[in-house]
Design a protein around this ligand. Sequence first.
Ligand code: AMP
Ligand code: MG
Length: 401
Amino acid sequence: MEKGVALGRAIELACKTPLSHSTEILPLEKARGRVLAHSLKSKVNDPRFDNSAMDGFAIIASDCESPGVKLTIVGTSQTGGKAPPPIINGQACRIMTGAPLPEGADAIVMVEDTEVNNDQVTINGPARTGYIRKRAENLSTGQEALPAGTHLSSASLALAGTMGHGKVEVIKKPRIAILSTGDELVQPGTELASGQIYESNSHALASLVESMGCEAVRHESANDSMDELRTTLDSLSTCDAILTSGGVSMGEWDLVRKIMEEEGDISFWRMKLRPGGPPLFGTWKGTPLFGLPGNPVSSLVVFHVLVAPWIAKSLGYHPEMGPRLNQKVSVKLEENVSGAPEKLCLRRIRIRSDNGQLLATTHTHQGSGNMHSMVAHNGLTLLPPDTDGKAGEVIDALWIL
Ligand code: AMP
Ligand code: MG
């Protein structure tokens, strides 16, 4: 077991036991939010044929050099219809947006710039070749436009459709168990007895797990009892991974750490991180297990910086196009922010854009138990160990999306 590891080392160690996964084929309409298992190539040219970007008339540009010219209308080009008649000099063909360009035509005049009289059209505005959308100008057949690891969000789903894919092979959602531990925890919405508090971490963790393209399997919180923990962990080890919260610090009642030490297999314990020092990673009967801190802010930030990269690496998410919870950015500090001795310091910051620059301030009390601070802020500093941030300085930060 390694103790007190830096974040980079923690990710490296966790990735030695990746999240296992398989794939499944889904119809496009069921694939929203899923992640592509393989890259997708286009089955067609896009556009399939030269077509008009405007409603108007397809004409020959050299006919329309002076305003007021009159042309004979020889037919109509409609979307989804028959091939339009070809045109020669002196002729025009009505055309709808997306309809094929008639043979012979080399420009389009917008309908607003024309006047029709029986089978004659007067051209009052410019004829533009730029109003023609050329065959394959967006994508050509065989072109790989969606790489493996792409998160299928609105635009990428539509592009898969454009490319002709009715079904896609996606990563089957790994099942990640979430277990809060602590005698004091009760479900929100129930009465609190003396000494009890509402359990909240599982809600944040389940939401983060789902946002990373996995299925969250929430389990009722377990009491601080070795027997209860053992039985519960055994029942959850059928999942692909387990996230616990609470019980991983130095205290006598930190039983997740104790049971993992005695009966599990710990790869590392404690990280050089503030907040979020106590986590452990290991396996319980072969199932990867992150023991996250109980303090609500700590469990969430450790998910962002440690668990999310582990999921992303394990499942082969594309660095730019895969599911993401946050983005690394440079921010200019508007006030002094203190760092932490020997630890990467993740202070909560509010990031806003101002005149092309991202500015960062802090607002509420930063205690690791204060969940309100995670809502009132939208970012975390990445202050290196032993480094304070000074007002006016540009530092690295995570922008929580
Ligand atoms: P622990 O790591 O178990 O010592 O817990 C640290 C602090 O976080 C304690 O104040 C706990 O009451 C609190 N805590 C632990 N788990 C949760 C949870 N699931 N929801 C809300 N607070 C929690
Ligand atoms: Mg506890």
